[in-house]
Design a protein around this ligand. Sequence first.
Ligand SMILES: [Cu+2]
Length: 123
Amino acid sequence: MKRLMIAMLAVGLAAAAFLVSAQASTPKLVGKVGPDFSITLKKGTTKVKTLKAGKYLFVISDKASIHNFTIEREKGGPKIEKTLTGTMFTGKKTVAMTLKKGTWKYYCSNHESEMFGFFKVTS
Ligand SMILES: [Cu+2]
């Protein structure tokens, strides 16, 4: 009986470890928009400039109800566009997204000419 319980515990721990590693393997990108007219996208403390193609978790802090956080593949393939936080939304939101090869732009669609940044996704 004791042996069975130890075996069950081991299976449970292995499953938990698997879940943790599956989550940890998706890189996190931190986006911020507002409250002033600024927008940033960072990985850790570094501004995102190039990324490998794949799945990412975008953790967006939207600090104003006049801005949104939108991401778009501009070059290198068919246009992909996704609004990660809408204009009315404020607060924090995590969105999973698969980035494909190309040149990407993140911006606020209401103030696109002054609030934007670019990064490259390589295969
Ligand atoms: Cu804006």
